[in-house]
Design a protein around this ligand. Structure first.
Ligand code: BTN
Length: 256
């Protein structure tokens, strides 16, 4: 029998991911645990970026013991997490998709706006157990979004013109993420195939840039490999890129 998830909420913290990591490193964390906060003073984003507080956002992190997930499948945790968040959020809002690797976006033709970001980290406890810390920041009831964001962003409120029950959404997200993580133990191929069906990046023209802004591949995103890398078809042949090394800009859908 799998353990029931415990929910904990705090008003203010530096980062819910950082707090769960500290508890794992000190050996005091009992997983699964979901920690949410009203405010983060030092929210973390992917690839060393920061995550800004937004009024009406849901900020939560889930700690999960990865025992039972084969070590070569650990990179797929971030894809399973995106699927779990997509499962839960699509109960409230249609027209959402996953942008590789794990942004949840709202789509309207060629207009793609970020709704949610996910930061997955692997943290080792003193006794050697590997825990995944899955941080989720989602613009739920945000009336406006900061201007200085990397890509156009939106909120559920702006799309639905109605307030969403944040407590309900938090529980739905936590439970569906846990379900998807359990699925990785038995059927990881299903994770990649279902992920690919919901991934808006595929069959679109993309530009992959390294952390220093250098373009490493420009072409059409074709598929996601079983280790999570994205295959980009370029004029010079296929290039496989890793989410840890590149960010992707998506342009129009390819007709090729
Ligand atoms: C990204 O899009 O770059 C990922 C953003 C993840 C933000 C969330 S908010 C809750 C959790 N705590 C953090 O410090 N970061 C994640």
């Amino acid at each position: 029998m799998s353990k029931r998830i415990v929910f904990e909420h705090i008003c203010e913290i530096d980062s819910t991911n950082a707090e769960l990591s500290r508890r794992i490193l000190s050996g005091s964390l009992i997983a699964p645990l979901c920690l949410s906060a009203d405010t983060q003073t030092s929210g973390r984003g992917r690839r060393g970026r920061s995550w800004l507080n937004t009024d009406g956002a849901l900020m939560m992190s889930i700690a999960y013991d990865t025992a039972g997930i084969a070590s070569e499948k650990l990179p797929l945790i971030s894809f399973a997490a995106a699927l779990g968040v997509h499962d839960a959020v699509s109960k409230h809002i249609s027209c959402i998709a996953i942008k590789w690797p794990n942004d949840i976006v709202c789509t309207d033709g060629d207009c793609i706006e970020k709704l949610c970001g996910i930061l997955c980290e692997l943290v080792f406890a003193p006794h050697g157990a590997a825990f995944a810390v899955i941080g989720i920041g989602i613009n739920v009831n945000s009336k406006s979004l900061p201007k200085e964001l990397m890509m156009p962003a939106t909120s559920m409120l702006l799309k639905l013109h109605a307030v969403t029950d944040v407590e309900l959404l938090k529980k739905q997200i936590a439970l569906s993420v846990l379900e998807r993580l359990k699925g990785l133990k038995t059927d990881f191929e299903n994770t990649i195939s279902e992920y690919s069906l919901r991934c808006i990046t595929l069959n679109r023209a993309v530009i992959a840039s390294s952390i220093d802004g250098r373009i490493v591949a420009e072409g059409v995103a074709r598929c996601v490999l079983s280790d999570g890398r994205l295959v980009i078809e370029t004029t010079a042949g296929e290039i496989c890129v890793d989410a840890a090394d590149v960010s992707i800009r998506t342009s129009g859908r390819s007709t090729e």
